[in-house]
Design a binder for this molecule. Structure first.
Ligand SMILES: [Zn+2]
Length: 217
């Protein structure tokens, strides 16, 4: 593989560095400080899942482009949900390169340095959030800094709970995000999606069945 020039830098993609995302999230949200133990996922929340985890739990239109963060377990075994007050920290130092609408709120794309590569860039995308009005394109952000809160989903007909969607993508350098569209992100040839679980800093568990009710304090 390595000798094939045709495959370009994308054949050599390595996982981005581990983040301290959960640590920042706990630090910035008093409500979560109460003994966070592990993330919980329905299979439909995982990267590349073909299934929905809400509503009729049928098929997604396209495989999941990232990871949905919504549920966690505390050290006493109780299950909690993130809510629309949850403050969302940035994974890595970077620059805001796009702010677009999505079906629950807004999505913000932050571009980061990808190792020392001259030909590759790297971005994280935060979906279903509610950024402040003063969040502008071109603004620099620091890892652990607060980007937004999770968007309120109560008016959505989907019945979906408030949650954070995270996508990670390796890109060519200097790509323009004007063409960014959630409908086509999975087939966008300028961007290769990675599994955000690779960089998450806490254990996780996948549960086939959620304990009911989902909405807990
Ligand atoms: Zn998602």
């Amino acid at each position: 593989m390595g000798s094939n020039e045709q495959t370009s830098g994308f054949s050599q993609i390595q996982s981005p560095a581990q983040t301290r995302f959960t640590e920042y999230l706990i630090r910035e949200n008093d409500r979560i400080q109460d003994g966070f133990d592990s993330w919980l996922f329905h299979p439909g929340m995982l990267f590349h899942s073909p299934n929905k985890w809400w509503g009729d739990r049928g098929k997604r239109n396209t495989p999941h482009e990232g990871l949905d963060l919504c549920l966690y377990r505390d050290q006493d075994g109780r299950i909690h949900c993130l809510d629309d007050n949850t403050r969302i920290p940035v994974l890595y130092d970077g620059v805001i390169v796009a702010i677009v609408n999505d079906f629950l709120g807004k999505s913000v794309i932050v571009e980061h340095q990808y190792d020392d590569s001259d030909s590759l860039g790297f971005c994280s995308i935060y979906g279903h959030i509610n950024p402040p009005d003063n969040l502008q394109l071109g603004k620099s952000v620091k890892k652990g800094g607060i980007l937004a809160t999770i968007a309120d989903s109560s008016r959505s007909k989907s019945g979906i709970q408030p949650h954070l969607h995270i996508s990670l993508g390796v890109t060519g350098k200097f790509i323009s995000y004007e063409r960014f569209d959630w409908k086509t992100i999975g087939s966008w040839d300028l961007l290769t999606l990675l599994d955000p679980l690779l960089v998450l800093d806490r254990p996780y568990q996948v549960l086939e069945d959620f304990p009911a009710p989902l909405r807990q304090g």
